[in-house]
Ligand binder design. Structure first.
Ligand code: URP
Ligand code: ZN
Ligand code: ZN
Length: 471
């Protein structure tokens, strides 16, 4: 009757926690109840937490990085690392190259992913060149084909859009029902500070954090929310690093705006002082927005506790450290402005939040599931196929072992980088058995599934964006 029964686990969804068996047939959850019988295989989950497989909706893999820089993960290593960290779906970004077509970027990105994935994947788009052709034809066609979310940048030379371009791109989101994600940092303020620091020969990694202050993020967040209000469109504010930017989200919501807030592991664990490491070690923590300080960490925690943040993601963006094409490239080892931005973290996101959030009593296990799986599926058009444990949903399950705590060491991780920013941190639980659409992929910490088991997922419109369109 069933292919697999996951027996007697403590199931948690975003709403409930209870003990039951899960019956799986043809990759789908077909029964949840007590004393289920009749399966080829029974996995005993007594005393374990059975959660929906994690969904990490902010991941960078094999993204062109320019200037001789190469990302450390391809789809094989990136999804393998995600899987071992309890994830069954990830959403990396397919980037339109300046002047290039979206179709070409998608063809190329799909070719990179095809047959290589250990988790399911779906792609967001990055819009770097909102030409009339792109906004009028390519982007609406891509949304109709299931690429229902796209990111724009207010910073990074070569990627940033000006306000007029952001407004025009938001208008396409409104027309098509797609969801727009915005990276909020004021590029001109950052450029001004970078030039000043360079003229004073302050070129070490710490300068990266000092030249991207909270005010640059707060101002851009306010502006992005204001532009979304002008167009009357919902918006996702990604990787919020501090309290002031978070308060902009709360203020916009109090005006009735439809805003999704995302924060990431680095903003509850790292601080700018990590960029001040011995020699050039601080380069290992260079990401944007940068980690702040302990006061800001507390504010981010309060946002997680109060439900200000819908999404907790990794912003996994891996580069190798000791590498000419990574953090210590010939220019980057002398000048912070040439250190590639981004840090690895897809494998550690869930164990860190489980330990410091759930086990430390800051958030409930149901909030954990919401912020790491269910809300990602709802926000990005994958729910209820993904992101929950329910009859009819894909059997994407992570079985957590509270006796499998460990000290994080990069040697035990599976990404393509050569370090972890979370090295030495202790976690008190780990998702040791993982099922992807009913297929056993990881068993007691060991890989038993195969490359290529992960599939590409076209997506519906976001439930959030749909609601706004209907209004
Ligand atoms: O430093 C970061 N976060 N790199 C990844 C790109 C982005 O802005 O999300
Ligand atoms: Zn970003
Ligand atoms: Zn990112």
């Amino acid at each position: 009757m069933f292919d697999i029964i996951v027996a007697n686990g403590t199931i948690s969804t975003a709403a409930d926690t209870y003990v039951a068996d899960i019956g799986i047939k043809d990759g789908i959850i077909t029964a949840i109840g007590r004393n289920l019988e009749g399966a080829d295989r029974v996995i005993d989950a007594t005393g374990k937490d059975v959660l929906p497989g994690g969904i990490d909706s902010h991941v960078h893999i094999a993204q062109p990085s320019g200037d001789g820089i190469v990302m450390a993960d391809d789809f094989a290593s990136g999804t393998l690392s995600a899987l071992h960290g309890g994830n069954t779906t990830i959403l990396p970004f397919c980037m339109q190259e300046k002047g290039g077509s979206l179709r070409a970027a998608l063809t190329d990105y799909h070719a990179k992913a095809e047959g290589e994935c250990y988790t399911d994947v779906s792609f967001h788009l990055i819009i770097s060149d909102p030409s009339p052709q792109l906004l009028g034809q390519e982007l609406p066609a891509a949304v109709a084909d299931g690429y229902t979310s796209f990111k724009v940048f207010m910073t990074y030379e070569g990627l940033r859009l000006n306000d007029a371009e952001i407004l025009a791109t938001m208008d396409v989101a409104r027309e098509t029902g797609a969801l727009m994600m915005v990276h909020c940092e004021n590029e001109d303020a950052i450029r001004f500070l970078c030039d000043k620091f360079a003229s004073e020969n302050r070129l070490a990694p710490l300068s990266h954090a000092l030249t991207r202050p909270v005010v640059a993020e707060r101002e851009a967040t306010h502006r992005a929310l204001s532009l979304a209000e002008v167009v009357d469109v919902p918006v996702v504010i990604v990787h919020v690093s501090n309290g002031a930017a978070m308060e902009e989200i709360e203020r916009a919501r109090s005006r009735g705006r439809n805003v999704i807030g995302e924060t990431c592991t680095q903003y509850i664990t790292l601080t700018a002082s990590d960029l001040d490491g011995m020699d050039w070690e601080g380069a290992k923590f260079v990401c944007s927005p940068p980690p702040r300080d302990e006061t800001e960490q507390k504010k981010i925690w309060s946002g997680l506790e109060r439900g200000v943040f819908n999404l907790f993601s990794s912003d996994h963006c891996p580069f190798r450290y000791e590498d000419d094409r990574g953090k210590l490239n010939p220019k980057g080892r002398e000048d912070f402005r040439h250190i590639p931005n981004g840090i690895p973290g897809v494998e550690c996101r869930l164990p860190i939040l489980f330990t410091e959030g759930v086990l430390a009593g800051r958030i409930s296990i149901n909030d954990f599931v919401a912020m790491t799986a269910t809300n990602h599926a709802k926000t990005y058009g994958l729910y209820p196929k993904k992101g929950t444990i329910a009859v009819g949903s894909d059997a994407d399950l992570a079985i957590w072992d509270r006796a499998a705590g460990r000290t994080i060491a990069h040697a035990g991780l599976h990404d393509g980088s050569d370090y972890s920013p979370y090295e030495g941190r202790t976690v008190d639980a780990w998702p040791t058995t993982i099922l992807l659409r009913g297929k056993l992929m990881v068993e007691d910490g060991a890989l038993v599934g195969t490359k290529g088991a992960g599939a590409y997922l076209p997506r519906e419109l976001s439930a959030l964006a749909k609601k706004a369109q209907a209004a």
